[in-house]
Write a protein that binds this ligand. Structure first.
Ligand SMILES: Cc1cc2nc3c(=O)[nH]c(=O)nc-3n(C[C@H](O)[C@H](O)[C@H](O)COP(=O)(O)OP(=O)(O)OC[C@H]3O[C@@H](n4cnc5c(N)ncnc54)[C@H](O)[C@@H]3O)c2cc1C
Length: 289
């Protein structure tokens, strides 16, 4: 028997008050897909669970000319099926669509996934490649954290006690840019990735690479931005040789764990292969400006 008190605040202020009052003994719940498992396994034993489901305004997808703002309680399914996300950020829709099963995607939320800090999840590499930022609120005010800086260690994030992630801001893709998300999973279709890669490529004149962002998932204790591999291509022609060298440079960026999805060396090989494929596909999808 697990004993805890469940709270359903109707406003963020009420939620902050509960988190401040109960301190380390309180934990936020969004979709519950990760937290309930952790509680069943006694990995997490909060005396107070603060559900965010009744707080209005946390599940909206809003756009303006320069960015999308997606509420932290928006589910994976709402994001993958949103017509504007599919049209303007297909990379993001694709990453959410490839996470787990429809049953999980109908419950798991954007903010819950990020706060969970699992390096094997699908959305984080795509969000980092797109330059997304997390808006985090508490009774002390608001701060904005690049999603790239949110992940600090294995299942550990930069979120502080009493904080609630409320929104994620995702800049629109610059002109001439496009991206892809590839998930390699040789086991069942609902599994976590063995290796995943998100790549965003901006094309310049004569098919050169004006800018590039490459982020890998499931090959380290956090999602990994492959900065060195990016610099191999930035400013250079997007030809076979340069893309080959870029893939090779990823080998030094990743630090995969051996597990039942593959050995560390196999995952390193697959990181190279899938980086090359992701960059090739993103380069084909982007248009010269
Ligand atoms: C069987 C299974 C398979 C899965 N497969 C995949 C997969 O292949 N790919 C993939 O990407 N995902 C997968 N997932 C989903 C993923 O691992 C997480 O379970 C999910 O993203 C968590 O979202 P949630 O809204 O349910 O979070 P919750 O379980 O509610 O919370 C997770 C953590 O985040 C904290 N939290 C939640 N919301 C906030 C917030 N707004 N602010 C601050 N802290 C918050 C909670 O306190 C908790 O610590 C799978 C899940 C399951 C159960």
């Amino acid at each position: 028997m697990i004993n805890f008190q469940y709270h359903s605040p109707r406003s963020l202020e009420e939620a902050f008050e509960l988190l401040d009052r109960h301190g380390d003994d309180a934990q936020v719940m969004a979709g519950g897909t990760a937290l309930v498992l952790q509680m069943k396994q006694r990995l997490s034993q909060p005396g107070h669970v603060v559900g965010l489901g009744r707080i209005p305004g946390l599940s909206e997808i809003q756009w303006d000319a320069v960015q999308a703002r997606i509420g932290s309680m928006t589910t994976h399914q709402q994001i993958e099926t949103n017509p504007l996300v599919k049209d303007r950020l297909p990379l993001l829709a694709s990453a959410f669509r490839q996470a787990s099963t429809p049953r999980i995607r109908s419950m798991a939320t954007l903010g819950g996934g990020l706060a969970h800090g699992d390096p094997n999840q699908d959305p984080p590499p795509a969000l980092i490649a797109l330059g997304a930022q997390a808006v985090v609120n508490s009774s002390a005010g608001e701060r904005v954290v690049p999603v790239e800086d949110l992940f600090v260690d294995y299942f550990e994030t930069d979120l502080r006690p009493g904080e609630i992630m409320t929104n994620i801001i995702i800049p629109a893709l610059p002109a001439g840019s496009d991206g892809v998300y590839l998930k390699f999973l040789p086991r069942t279709a609902d599994d976590y990735a063995t290796v995943s890669v998100a790549a965003v490529v901006s094309k310049g004149e004569d098919d050169t690479c004006r800018d590039i962002r490459i982020v890998l998932g499931a090959v380290g204790v956090t999602p990994i931005r492959a900065i060195e591999a990016e610099s191999v291509l930035r400013g250079k022609p997007l030809n076979e040789k340069n893309i080959h060298d870029c893939g090779e440079a990823v080998r030094d960026a990743v630090d995969p764990l051996d597990d039942f999805r593959g050995s560390s060396s196999y995952k390193r090989d697959m990181a190279e292969v899938f980086t090359r494929r992701a960059v090739q596909q993103a380069a084909l999808a982007s248009h010269q400006v």
